[in-house]
Design a protein around this ligand. Sequence first.
Ligand code: SAM
Length: 235
Amino acid sequence: MNEIQLSKRLHAVANYIPKQAVLADIGSDHAYLPSYALLNGLCKRAIAGEVNEGPYQSARAQVKRLNLQESIDVRKGNGLSVLEENEATCVTIAGMGGTLIKTILDEGKDKLSSVERLILQPNIHAIEIRKWLFENEWVLIDEMILEEDGKIYEVLVAEKGNPNTAYEGLSLETAMLMGPFLMKKKNDVYAKKWTHELRHWENVYDQLQQASDNESLKAKKEEVETIIRLIKEGL
Ligand code: SAM
């Protein structure tokens, strides 16, 4: 086998890899993304990082099968700890929750000094990543939302710079939740996701209305009201 057919989701991630990048794909599993990137000239070298033995062995086997051992280094370890300082220029982290992606970035900050671009694909809780990027001087330069096999995914692309730039003219609270670029593009997948979320939070609110009142319920209701307001603003 000398070809890799990527999922639509990973294809969207791959499209943002800058030419000549030294790519670090963290949580690489079968190393499909770095293999594809290498075979298609999207990067010049890659590191595939994996914390778990099974996926690490799958990544090694894949790279060997494609005879890419010279160009893709498969390393076992937690998050960005597999990298040397000043090694990678582009980091991809895909297929995990936003909270885990945020933790990986935060714990590996010292490995990001040479990194020019982050391409992050959270399955849920993208807001956690947007907040982290904002607080750590990374500016969103694009976002994408797509649907594959009935699931909706977001891709966030960031470079070092003034984080405010991405949020100009938008309500920060709403854009953190829904994505500044996605809010502006407002495509059908975005509308589908947030219409569904709105219905979900309205149901939660109805249930809270029926529960007997106390302080913690009041706080929860306010929290849900805020989410509903933000979603309505962004839709
Ligand atoms: N990135 C691939 C994709 O998008 O298709 C694989 C996604 S898979 C659902 C998540 C992978 O991340 C698993 O193989 C898991 O072992 C790995 N992983 C989870 N936490 C990790 C961490 N802290 N460091 C490195 N790898 C991690």
